[in-house]
Write a protein that binds this ligand. Structure first.
Ligand code: 4AD
Ligand code: MG
Length: 434
């Protein structure tokens, strides 16, 4: 009879049956004639028991007890319901094959510093918590596609090598592009999505973006993933409705699919249950008033840092939109408010619980002359933007879009403090290894 190779994540379907697991020894302990082996295969963890008796002699059991942690193993045994076992099932091992013994594993039970663990990120990913966190990221990514595809959006991939800046020239990663000249790693796919919106109506890209950020905060990476939808004929208010519906969908999918992961991470999901549209909307000017009332030294015209965002968000149990920022602290492409052109038709979405800005969005300038003027004011090289100006020459329309930072969103949903753990291999100002 063939013994089926099954994954631990599906073990409940095989209660009472003999199965084969292929994985690694995550942990072990023993007492006398019994060895308890914690096996992981990437889909989950399960306790296997081996004892002296029908299947193993005393010598064989002694050998099993000596198998080093993280050795690769193929085991066979009977699946048994066991209330007390984590996951609710246990495996009574009847055969065990050591595939390859591990060298002494450098990540042990004792506490390690984050630096030590990041240096070994390729191994740290195997741990229960990191595994749970990146499974939540997987669900976030997949829900984004699910939601936008069902809303009629087309996935349009943006280039990574670009001829010009999108989000200011101070954070550009520059490189020499053959004989043509300087090129830059993309800070945002937005400009290309604007072209895409005139070709497809509703488009999005989901791609890595790069910023040579000098700031060493828990919210900044130099390489991060961004979702950027763009829609023709949407104004800034339509844009916010899309954002609140998308964010609510993502959170709901995570609640539905990641209960086990939230438990592993000890994430209290009560605050996430409240994430339903509509989200509160306040203007930048109201946000300044909130800060002043709380005694912060905020002046109209200042940009917000993480601390200000946290203070503003404290009054709300859902993400809060801040709209109508002063034009001079925002990007060149944002549409001015026709009633007060010192302000723009933009929004930042601030997550609750101190996670700060997860989305930046706006209506875009659709008027050719105004956009030409802005390029000049921002000292941006016109030649590199001719194609972008074309969008305003040939059937221009009002349009809007936004960028959602994947790692900040995952960190918030999973409830981890620092976004460096919300991406498999983080890139920071002081880290490019492994
Ligand atoms: O607000 P930002 O800079 O907006 C844009 O790039 C627009 N072009 C997007 C668009 O409208 N299509 O960035 C958008 C989001 C931020 O709200 C934040 O979540 C994330 O990207 N982000 C970062 N995440 C991690 N590390 C960094 N250094 C980040 N910079 C921005
Ligand atoms: Mg922003």
């Amino acid at each position: 009879m063939d013994i089926p190779w099954v994954s631990i994540g599906r073990i409940a379907d095989f209660e009472g049956k003999v199965v084969e697991l292929r994985g690694w020894l995550a942990n072990k302990r023993s007492s006398g004639k019994v060895a308890f082996l914690i096996i992981r295969d990437g889909s989950g963890f399960i306790q296997g028991t081996a004892f002296v008796g029908d299947f193993f002699t005393k010598d064989q059991l002694d050998e099993i007890k000596r198998i080093p942690i993280e050795s690769s193993l193929v085991i066979q045994g009977k699946v048994r319901r066991e209330e007390r076992a984590p996951g609710g099932y246990e495996l009574e091992i009847n055969s065990l094959q050591l595939v390859f013994p591990s060298e002494e594993y450098p990540i042990q039970k004792m506490e390690h510093s984050v630096d030590y663990l990041m240096e070994r990120r390729h191994l740290w990913l195997r741990s229960k918590k990191q595994n749970a966190l990146l499974r939540i990221r997987n669900v976030v990514m997949m829900s984004i596609h699910e939601f936008l595809q069902s809303e009629g959006f087309i996935l349009l991939d943006s280039p990574i090598l670009t001829p010009a800046a999108c989000e200011g020239t101070s954070t550009l990663f520059e490189l020499q592009y053959f004989d043509i000249g300087k090129a830059y790693l993309s800070q945002s796919g937005q400009l290309y999505m604007e072209a895409g919106a005139t070709a497809f109506g509703k488009v999005y890209c989901l791609a890595p973006t790069f910023r040579a950020e000098k700031s060493k905060t828990r919210r900044h990476l130099t390489e991060f993933w961004m979702l950027e939808p763009e829609v023709a004929y949407y104004d800034w208010q339509d844009n916010m409705v899309l954002q609140e519906n998308l964010v609510s969908f993502i959170v709901n999918q995570a609640l539905k699919k990641c209960q086990n992961e939230f438990e592993i991470l000890e994430r209290d999901t009560a605050p996430l249950q409240k994430i339903q549209p509509p989200f509160p909307r306040i203007s930048y000017t109201e946000a300044i008033d909130i800060l002043k009332k709380k005694g912060a030294p905020a002046q109209w015209g200042d940009d917000f840092g993480g601390d200000e965002e946290t203070m503003i968000s404290e009054g709300f149990d859902r993400p809060v939109f801040i709209h109508h920022y002063p034009a001079h602290i925002k990007a060149f492409y944002m549409q001015p408010d026709p009633e007060n052109p010192t302000m723009v038709l933009n929004d930042d979405l601030i997550a609750p619980e101190g996670y700060g800005e997860i989305i930046g969005g706006s209506e875009r300038i659709h008027d050719l002359a105004l956009l030409e003027k802005r390029l000049e004011e921002h000292h941006l090289p016109r030649e590199a933007f001719e194609w972008y100006l074309d969008i305003r020459r040939y059937g221009t329309v009002p349009h809007s879009g936004f960028g959602l930072g994947i790692e900040r969103t995952v960190a918030w949903i999973a409830g981890v403090k620092h976004i460096r753990e919300a991406i498999p291999f983080p890139r920071q100002i002081y880290r490019i290894y492994p």
